[in-house]
Design a protein around this ligand. Structure first.
Ligand SMILES: [Zn+2]
Length: 161
């Protein structure tokens, strides 16, 4: 299947997982908590907790790294696991800033594998995803915004084509 054969929102949403991996690699573990995600059409926005505004060079490095991973066509797998198994196996890295409600006992664990078999990104997420990263196309990161009072870094992006 070509890039255009998947719905834009699935492509944009999947890009969030690839981008998040790049954000953590470039900015460090201090950026590991996702506060919110947004995807509509080919536009998305990843918001993470962070303590400062990244430099232009860092933003460019995030974009380049994310696109390198798209080009490497990282594989994406979804595992449905009992919550306690997922937590025991992977730890709290599967979670975002705002907790999954306690009554949810089964999780969809989305794993993006790096080329060497290690985990590029992992997240409990029940949305639809691409089978691999190349179908995303290209990720174009926009102007980031850092909200000092809330310690939130907003990273908007578009996918092309
Ligand atoms: Zn997802």
């Amino acid at each position: 299947m070509g890039v255009s054969e998947y719905p834009d929102e699935v492509r944009t949403h999947t890009a969030l997982h690839i981008l998040k991996g790049a954000v953590v690699r470039v900015l460090g573990e201090g950026a590991m908590w996702t506060a919110s995600v947004y995807a509509e059409g080919r536009h998305g926005r990843l918001t993470v907790q962070f303590d400062r505004k990244p430099t232009d060079e860092e933003v460019r490095a995030i974009e380049e790294l994310a696109n390198a991973k798209v080009a490497e066509d990282l594989r994406i797998e979804v595992k449905v696991l009992p919550r306690e198994v997922a937590e025991r196996t992977y730890g709290n890295v599967i979670y975002d800033l705002f907790p999954v409600p306690q009554h949810i006992k089964e999780l969809y664990i989305v794993i993006v594998y790096d080329k060497d078999g290690s985990i590029w990104n992992i997240n409990a997420c029940n949305k639809q995803h691409l089978p691999s990263a190349r179908y995303i196309g290209r990720i174009k990161v926009g102007k980031v915004r850092f909200r000092q009072t809330k310690k939130l870094l907003e990273i908007p992006f578009d996918i092309e084509p």
